[in-house]
Write a new protein. Structure first.
Length: 95
């Protein structure tokens, strides 16, 4: 299971684990979460934020300028978790 914590007040997003929906290379849930969070991480780096990536782990610390984008990220991740509740758990702490 992928565990995601979006602390929109503290401006930090943590993603841990693997979806386990299908085998490696065929896991659409993992691909969805990975794609959207890695895209956000790349934007964050351009704005001077920080992203720490390791196998099965990603931490993103973003600047205030990206609050609106982070809100949308939280919404999209909640939608994915709603469709795949056995594979993704999201906790979004809003401001």
């Amino acid at each position: 299971m992928i565990h995601i914590s979006c602390d929109l007040h503290g401006r930090v997003v943590n993603i841990k684990g693997h979806a386990g929906f299908d085998e490696y290379g065929k896991d659409i849930v993992c691909a969805a979460v990975s794609g959207i969070t890695q895209y956000f991480a790349r934007i964050v780096l351009r704005y001077g934020g920080r992203a720490i990536k390791d196998e099965g782990y990603l931490e993103i610390v973003y600047p205030e300028e990206l609050d609106t984008v982070a809100d949308e990220l939280g919404d999209v991740l909640e939608e994915i978790a709603g469709r795949y509740p056995r594979n993704v758990k999201v906790e979004v702490k809003r401001r």
